[in-house]
Write a protein that binds this ligand. Structure first.
Ligand SMILES: Cc1cc2nc3c(=O)[nH]c(=O)nc-3n(C[C@H](O)[C@H](O)[C@H](O)COP(=O)(O)OP(=O)(O)OC[C@H]3O[C@@H](n4cnc5c(N)ncnc54)[C@H](O)[C@@H]3O)c2cc1C
Length: 244
């Protein structure tokens, strides 16, 4: 949206494809956990801006080489984002295992004992969200601490909520396998933990979505990539890159 807004403001005729029926991408799930509702305003502002700049919207339409070429574009900006990464852990394809993005999007409902695999920003926020929804949450993180990238102004409130809702933290534990009912983990000293669960939520990072633009480049069409599809980062990185 930011790339479309800036290009249209510079006087270009811009068409924006979006697979979903609404604009906003990951921002919709980023806005779900506690204290994150303000992100909805970023979505509203960006949507307002693309409308104001007269960007042609193609919602509910997945762009492909054919639909792009049909527009006879001078340039193509690829901003296809990222997708949740599912690590190759034995048992990861079992029942009652969902990725954090799907859970935050409300596609799947989890309850009871929930083991969250991954204690980065998404894992920590999802754990807090689920705890406030009544789940008994455990976070498993292979690093020495959880929430390493969370702002120091936010982390204390999150940890207070963890205490209030009894969120258990298994730091320094690597998940070795998942059986029906138990997540098996090991720390660097070989000590084993078996964490019982009703649901497992995977929050093990994201990977850029790949969009093959070779067919555009061979026709001499300029192609630029912006946002998470270049490098999985954050709103600031995505929008700054989109401005250039
Ligand atoms: C749970 C969570 C919390 C987060 N919290 C924060 C935060 O607090 N602060 C922060 O700065 N960042 C946060 N982020 C990261 C931030 O949301 C992303 O960095 C940012 O949204 C990336 O924007 P993007 O436009 O590059 O990609 P995306 O938001 O992934 O958007 C890509 C869009 O492209 C569409 N698309 C893909 N392929 C096609 C196609 N072929 N045709 C048409 N449409 C297509 C997708 O449907 C999607 O809507 C969070 C992310 C998550 C998952």
């Amino acid at each position: 949206m930011e790339a479309a807004r800036v290009a249209a403001k510079k006087g270009h005729s811009v068409t924006l494809f979006e697979t979903a029926t609404e604009l906003g991408g990951q921002l919709h799930i980023a806005a779900v956990p506690p204290r994150k509702n303000e992100i909805c305003r970023a979505i509203e502002d960006l949507v307002h801006a693309v409308h104001t700049q007269g960007v042609t919207l193609k919602l509910g339409q997945t762009a492909n080489i054919q639909s792009i070429l049909a527009l006879e574009p001078d340039a193509v900006i690829v901003a296809v984002g990222a997708s949740s990464f599912i690590p190759p852990i034995p048992g990861i394809d079992g029942k009652n295992l969902y990725d954090a993005w799907q859970v935050l999007a409300g596609k799947y409902k989890v309850s009871g004992r929930v083991a969250v695999i991954g204690g980065g920003v998404v894992g920590c926020e999802t754990a807090e969200y689920l705890a406030t929804q009544g789940c008994k949450v455990s976070i498993i993180e292979m690093g020495d601490q959880i929430g390493g990238d969370i702002s120091v102004t936010v982390l204390p409130s999150m940890l207070e909520n963890y205490k209030a809702y009894g969120v258990e933290q298994y730091t320094g534990y690597m998940v070795t396998s998942i059986n029906s009912g138990e997540v098996n983990c090991k720390d660097k000293n070989g000590s084993i933990a078996q964490i019982p669960y009703d649901y497992v939520v995977i929050a093990s990072g994201a990977r850029p979505v790949v969009f093959d633009t070779e067919a555009l480049s061979v026709k001499g069409i300029e192609v630029v990539q912006v946002g998470d599809c270049c490098e999985v980062a954050d709103i600031s990185y995505a929008t700054k890159k989109a401005k250039h």
